[in-house]
Design a protein around this ligand. Structure first.
Ligand code: ZN
Length: 152
């Protein structure tokens, strides 16, 4: 028999159907699903869990660190590690999502429009730059000069 209950998701902050199934895992844990039959384990509802997995696939660790560092540098206190971020700045809290964008012929285009519900957007511009070895050496020698100046 299915027992109909609701559960509060800590991430989207909604009450959602949380239905016990007749299934049990090998360790005896009862299996719960939402009304669409997607498994609900832990504090995240199946939709939030799906978002989490999509986020992990979409952004590699390099990008994630870049984003979190940027937020910190700009004075945002990040409440969660996965987009959409809940942030606090100057005692105001709001949401920030991430969007990948490219610039072609001076026009910005977003890779998808699914994250326009957030209050702010972090835009990661996708671009590639080719440097010659001489340019790389130039960059490094400029950096070295700068750090030597700082020491003096
Ligand atoms: Zn949720």
């Amino acid at each position: 028999m299915l027992e109909k209950r609701k559960r509060y998701c800590l991430y989207c902050k909604e009450q959602k159907d949380w239905l016990q199934t007749n299934k049990k895992l090998s360790d005896g844990t009862k299996v719960y699903v939402d009304k669409n039959g997607f498994r609900w384990a832990g504090k995240r509802c199946p939709q939030c869990e799906k978002k989490r997995v999509q986020y992990l696939i979409k952004y590699n660790s390099f990008e994630r660190e870049l984003i979190l560092k940027k937020l910190k540098d700009e004075g945002y206190q990040v409440q969660n590690k996965i987009a959409p971020f809940e942030v606090i700045k100057d005692a105001n809290s709001f949401t920030i999502d991430i969007q990948k964008a490219s610039v072609e012929a001076g026009e910005i285009s977003f890779s998808d429009m699914s994250c326009l519900e957030a209050d702010h957007l972090i835009v990661l511009f996708q671009s590639a730059r080719i440097l010659t070895k001489a340019q790389v050496m130039d960059l490094f020698s400029q950096k070295r000069k700068l750090s030597q100046k700082e020491k003096i």
